[in-house]
Ligand binder design. Structure first.
Ligand code: NAP
Length: 322
């Protein structure tokens, strides 16, 4: 494993596979350490209708297989395991998977973010069957239906308001009577007559009928009263966490742990280490934007490697002094 690669990509979602596609087509022979559960958030999504090129829509897991296969076609290689340690303090960089060390001239970090989950077993089994973590992606499937949104931040307000374009009724559940959301978003949600606020409540169970979400069992935290709300959709909007634990001591990041890149670039504070996709983006969080930034990271890495090689060649050609 002592061979030094030109590029290692950490992460197997839209950003990682697109970076791999661009890098493979640039003859960088990228190694993608894609994670044991490769595919990222798309693996818990059913139909994807907003990815350009798939005119008839596509299932999230199928789309990720297509992404992967396309980069493989040009020579990307994969390790289907989780990175356990990185060392960016020395060059070449070291990326470890358990006891195995991989060395690389450059690295693209594309480990994504994870939507926070309520942690209910019924929530997990109904993912993609009415339980969603992205209203922009899935709202259109709930035309003239009733849905529930959980959360008290700006995301929950934004998702609830967006869902009213499609659903007949949106019930917003939050565990406190106070909200983290900004006043303007809260006012907008309150002013929307399709949205009903039910607080302080928690979801105890997601209810199913014929394998699809049919409602939620909720508990009032003041009275402990339990009741059921019929709903064909449950949108969990309780925030996201970037998957950056491995990098926090080596790469600059914001308070929430999202990696910081130089303005107009995907390069991090460590030269030769680039970051792309949801690991840097808490605003857009779309497959198409992640893919776009994956392409940018591969182009940045390619240019950085070429400039470095140029320097190395110049150094070799230059007469030695002294
Ligand atoms: P957030 O501000 O962290 O809010 C998360 C919400 O989920 C909180 O109300 C929290 O309740 C609740 N929550 C967390 N864990 C929970 C659990 N296990 N069960 C039930 N409820 C739970 O996250 P966000 O709304 O995704 O926003 C993230 C950032 O993006 C914020 O800075 C936000 O302003 C920004 N953002 C801005 C916009 C916009 O301006 N248009 C849109 C979206 C997001 P507690 O309050 O009780 O902790």
């Amino acid at each position: 494993m002592n061979e030094t690669r030109e590029l290692i990509i950490i992460g197997g979602g839209p950003a990682g596979y697109t970076a791999a596609l661009y890098a493979a087509r640039a003859n960088l022979s990228p190694l993608v350490i894609e994670g044991f559960a490769w595919g990222g958030q798309l693996m818990i999504t059913s139909d994807v209708e907003n990815y350009p090129g798939y005119a008839d829509g596509i299932l999230g897991p199928q789309m990720m297989q297509d992404f992967r296969r396309q980069s493989e076609r040009f020579g990307a290689e994969f390790v289907t395991d989780d990175v356990t340690k990185v060392d960016f303090s020395e060059h070449p960089f070291r990326v470890s998977v358990g006891d195995t060390d991989y060395f690389s001239e450059s690295v693209v970090v594309a480990t994504g973010a994870s939507a926070r989950q309520l942690g209910l077993e019924t929530e997990r089994t109904l993912q993609g069957k009415g339980v969603s973590y992205c209203a922009v992606c899935d709202a259109a499937f709930f035309r003239e239906k009733e849905v529930v949104v959980v959360g008290g931040g700006d995301s929950a307000m934004e998702e609830a308001i967006f869902l009213t374009k499609f659903a007949n009724k949106v019930t917003l559940l939050h565990r406190r009577d106070e909200f983290r959301a900004s006043q303007i978003m809260l006012d907008r949600a309150h002013a929307n007559e399709k949205i009903e606020f039910v607080t302080p409540t928690v979801v105890d169970e997601v209810l199913a009928q014929d394998g699809q979400t049919a409602g939620v069992r909720i508990r009032d935290l003041n009275s402990e009263e339990i009741r059921e709300i019929p709903a064909q959709g449950l949108f969990v909007a309780i925030g996201h966490d970037p998957n950056t634990k491995l990098f926090l001591d080596q790469l600059d990041h914001d308070k929430a742990g999202y990696l910081l890149t130089k303005p107009g670039s995907t390069e991090t504070n460590v030269e030769g280490v680039f970051a792309a996709g949801d690991v840097v983006d808490h605003t857009y969080r779309q497959a198409v934007t992640a893919a776009g930034s994956g392409a940018m990271a591969a182009l940045d890495a390619e240019r950085w490697l070429a400039a470095r090689e140029g320097h190395a060649a110049t150094a070799l050609a230059a007469p030695r002094e002294g």
